[in-house]
Design a protein around this ligand. Structure first.
Ligand SMILES: NC(=O)c1ccc[n+]([C@@H]2O[C@H](COP(=O)([O-])OP(=O)(O)OC[C@H]3O[C@@H](n4cnc5c(N)ncnc54)[C@H](O)[C@@H]3O)[C@@H](O)[C@H]2O)c1
Length: 273
């Protein structure tokens, strides 16, 4: 018996790298897997190998999300897991040289793809009385990454979204987390000086290690967490701290109640609380 027997999972960017590793782990755990990608050839091959189906979709397009969820519910009767993972880099570290096309493309895949993905999968998961969403952010969602500042912007956006959703989604039985890997050995880093990194002996993470952390998020009971995945470390939920909490100066209470996430309400060091 697999942990995901009878469950239905969507993996975006499932034709390559982290998404392919995640789809493979989910299928091995018993899930029916829907591989979503722009790359039809690799997507079809991946889905065939996993006994699932391939759906070509551009995650940045909201209307494609609607048809995708319809297809999944029609084919498998429901949706339980969504790994929102498709993503790109800008390919341009110098913000003054970045083109509008590069900017729109990365915001589309990395931010719109997660926002519209969540918007589309939540009603389907609610119809199943619950589900699990995992977004692939990045360590660049937690720290400054000068190599691609706009990539860093997109991944911070994903972390902020994921941390802000549990209050809405927990009552529906839906958990939402992000994984934040360091540099992973996938085609994505070909645009990020792979040769220099390898030449310097920089350790790259195996995509399967990220997939294991994703499965951990799917099967665990945490929500609103940003889980760091790094070489030689067990996946660990990042502990935010230090920002002044959303409290009135001198007040013990949190105003207005229920608006701010519980994990940010505690008085914190580093400024007026
Ligand atoms: N490789 C790393 O070092 C690293 C580190 C941290 C986070 N990440 C993140 O992991 C995720 C997966 O990246 P990867 O490293 O496996 O790269 P990858 O290039 O191997 O895979 C990304 C996949 O996403 C697909 N894709 C891109 N834009 C899409 C769109 N608009 N709609 C549908 N599919 C689309 C691509 O066709 C590709 O198959 C990305 O979000 C990336 O930002 C990667």
């Amino acid at each position: 018996m697999g942990d995901l027997d009878g469950k239905v999972a969507i993996v975006t960017g499932g034709a390559s790298g982290i998404g392919l590793a995640s789809a493979t782990r989910m299928a091995a755990a018993g899930a029916s897997v829907v591989v979503v990608d722009l790359d039809e050839e690799r997507g079809n091959a991946a889905a065939e190998g996993l006994g699932g189906i391939f759906a070509r979709a551009d995650v940045s397009r909201p209307e494609e999300w609607e048809s995708l969820v319809e297809l999944v519910e029609r084919t498998y009767g429901g949706l339980d897991v969504a790994h929102l993972n498709a993503g790109v880099t800008t390919g341009e570290g110098d913000v003054s040289r970045m083109t509008v096309e590069q900017y729109r493309r990365i915001l589309g895949a990395n931010v719109d793809g997660v926002v519209f993905g969540i918007r589309a999968v939540v009603p389907a998961m609610a119809r199943r009385q619950g589900g699990a969403i995992v977004a692939t952010a990045s360590l660049a969602g937690l720290i400054a990454f000068a190599g691609d500042p706009v990539y860093t912007l997109t991944k911070h956006a994903v972390v902020g979204l994921v941390r802000s959703l549990p209050q809405q989604l927990s009552p529906l039985g839906i958990r939402v987390n992000a994984v934040c890997p360091g540099l992973v050995d996938t085609p994505l880093i070909d645009g990020l000086a792979r040769d220099t990194l390898e030449g310097a002996g920089f350790p790259l993470i195996d995509p399967d290690e990220v997939a294991a952390a994703v499965l951990g998020c799917v099967l665990g009971d945490s929500t609103g967490q940003a889980v760091v995945v790094q070489v030689g470390l067990e996946p660990v939920a990042y502990r935010f701290g230090g920002a002044p909490g959303p409290r009135l100066p001198g007040s013990e209470g949190v105003l207005p109640p229920g608006i701010f996430a519980a994990h940010d309400q505690a008085p914190a060091g580093g400024g007026p609380g």
